[in-house]
Write a protein of this length. Sequence first.
Length: 323
Amino acid sequence: MPGRIICGIDDSRGGREALLAAVTLSQRLATRLIVVNVASIDPDGPVRNTRELDRLRGTAAQQAERVLEVVAGSGGRAPDAERRAEVGWPAARLAAVATGEHADFIVVGTRGRGRISSAVLGSVSRELLSHAPCPVLVVPPGAGAMQTHRPSCPARRSIVCGVDGSEHSRRAARQAARLARSLDVRLVLTHAYRPRLLTRSVGAARSEARTQLEAARAALPPTAEAELRLERGETTEQLQRVAIEEHAELVVVGSRARGTVPTLLSGSVASDLATSAPVPVLIVADGGWEEITHFDQQPRRGLAATAAPREGGRELTGHAGRS
């Protein structure tokens, strides 16, 4: 899985946690890591001429270099990573670097934790979720770190991917399948449903949800393998719980909007997970990233490609694989 990972950092807890996740992911994927700090200057400040603007840019660039050295340099967590000091609007500069490098992912941290904090996710994270040219890995505060090396028991570790009946969630599932293969962990496709009172029975809602879950599995490439979990309840809460139960290293979700604050699955799932998930969250937006077109021809050993779906951790009757 050749490519590049762009990690945006600052001298904060969130920036350091994002860097730790980026370092681990780059090591596991044998991918080049580029660590970026963007120093901004006030465009409305008292700049009177080009020379003064150049001076301010130079000062800002020096500040960015100092942050990179402290957080990622010889005394930091990524002394061997490439470091870049940028000046400008952070989200725009990170997106520009990712575009120029044909990056696989951008990794950033968030500030705050919980539903209230999701409303103030942070301007950089929110802008990137809308405009990044590639998937964005958001590291919630205090999220559990990925294992530094490939797990000794792959059957115990997983990537959990939230899906619904939409095409954008199927794109996210294909990206999750690619990552699961590269990281040598299980893929667990999860769909959460909430029956509408007075309009349909619980059984009918469950049957429709199960059809959507199996359709997401069927949309994966032929050699991809996935376990299925059907959960009843609020989407964010169920994905958080499944991530813990399935020993997830990442949660992957899709976003259906570009150019605005994205909506995901039930609408606020992306921002809620970005500040409350127990593990890093990879958000795959519509467009701006390459479709997955290549998988090894041989399936991974030891994992069943036709496992039956489970609800609430219990196996459901029926066949979830493809004929």
